[in-house]
Write a protein that binds this ligand. Structure first.
Ligand code: KG4
Ligand code: ZN
Length: 334
């Protein structure tokens, strides 16, 4: 069964064709980083306009690249939230048009569920239960999934999301937008122990996170150093900041698996592209005998293959959406 996936929740216009929920036949994407970069963050109005211009050609590209005719598509999956209202609208309207014209089932997908189901693309459906670390530009949470499609939020950030912290620190350091990849790259040449930044809520005994204090600590450190006539190494700052984020995430994820008695850990979201998070989590999972799954880096950041996969696993259970479905910018998980 081939499902067409459409994702326009933020600043990537993405379309994919996925077979049987795991075989990626095509996964095309047009990123708007060049549009939003000079503003240091996503400008919603510009995002919608770019989605509108790019969606139709990308749909054609995705089908061509997949070597798939319209008659071979059996469902249309699209992100309905969370995300930017105007951006989501473009994808949802496009998906409805296709589904209506071709009499195909429409499956409106939660973007966060997409990030989780990105894991199913390469590994196939793992046996539940799992604990999921979901870390993106807008979300940072730990989720217990006793079975597929059931989500129990164990904890989440009380302020900034992890990706947001990467982006804000990167902006302060003059590294451009989005900041995560730039920090990741620089950190490889830095010393993660150069500056001991705070590990907020590390000992809080719950599964919540706090990241805004860390961002402030980085800014304060740089200002203090400069005031003392020293220019801190940006590589060391990147590595030390990243280590503080990763430390808490690894510790809390492992604790969540232990508290719920779950043997499988999944990771999802753009921040899971981070090389240090992947490395540290792999070591910790191995030491504790946990099975760890994560999508390959290019499937961690926003894409439509993950939406097609999530849609597929809804569709096979009879889940389809009515044509009245609307976008939901604040859609929660579950
Ligand atoms: O999942 P995603 O593509 O979009 C949202 O749903 O938010 O996540 C984007 C976020 C951005 O904040 C970006 O800086 C971060 O993921 N990111 C990274 C890396 N690659 C992307 N953060 C840390 N290290 C990376 N390598
Ligand atoms: Zn995302």
């Amino acid at each position: 069964m081939r499902v067409l996936g459409i994702e326009t929740s933020c600043d990537e216009t993405a379309v994919a064709v996925v077979e049987d929920g795991h075989k990626v036949l095509s996964n095309v994407l047009s990123s708007q980083h060049e549009i939003h970069g000079r503003f240091g963050g996503v400008v919603p109005e510009l995002a919608s306009r770019a989605h509108l211009e790019r969606l139709n050609p990308l749909v054609e590209d995705a089908l061509a690249e997949a070597g798939t005719r319209w008659s071979e598509i059996e469902g249309v999956a699209v992100t309905r939230g969370p995300g930017l209202a105007g951006a989501l609208l473009v994808g949802l309207a496009g998906a409805k048009a296709v589904a209506l014209a071709l009499d195909l089932p429409l499956i409106a997908v939660n973007h966060l569920e997409g990030h989780i189901y990105a894991n199913f693309l390469e590994h196939g459906p793992p046996d539940p239960p799992y604990v999921v670390l979901l870390v993106s530009g807008g979300h940072t949470m730990l989720v217990h999934m006793p079975e597929e499609h059931r989500y129990e939020i164990l904890g989440q950030t009380v302020d900034d999301a992890a990706g947001e912290a990467f982006d804000k620190v990167a902006r302060f350091l003059g590294l451009g937008y989005p900041g995560g990849p730039a920090v990741d790259l620089l950190a490889r040449r830095g010393n993660p122990e150069a500056v001991r930044f705070p590990r907020a809520m590390a000992g809080s005994g719950d599964f919540d996170f706090s990241l805004s204090g860390l961002k402030t600590a980085v800014i304060r450190h740089v200002k203090a150093e400069r005031a003392a006539g020293r220019e801190p190494s940006v590589e060391d700052l990147a590595a030390s900041f990243q280590e503080a984020v990763v430390d808490v995430q690894v510790q809390k994820t492992v604790a969540a698996a232990e508290a719920t008695g779950v043997g499988t850990v999944l990771m999802g979201g753009g921040v899971v592209a981070n090389s240090r998070l992947r490395e540290r989590m792999a070591l910790e999972a191995e030491a504790r005998g946990l099975r760890l799954l994560s999508p390959s880096p290019e499937l961690c950041t926003d894409n439509a293959a993950m939406i097609a996969a999530a849609g597929h696993f809804r569709l096979v259970r009879g889940g389809r959406s009515s044509f009245d479905v609307s976008v939901e910018p604040g859609l929660p998980l579950g």
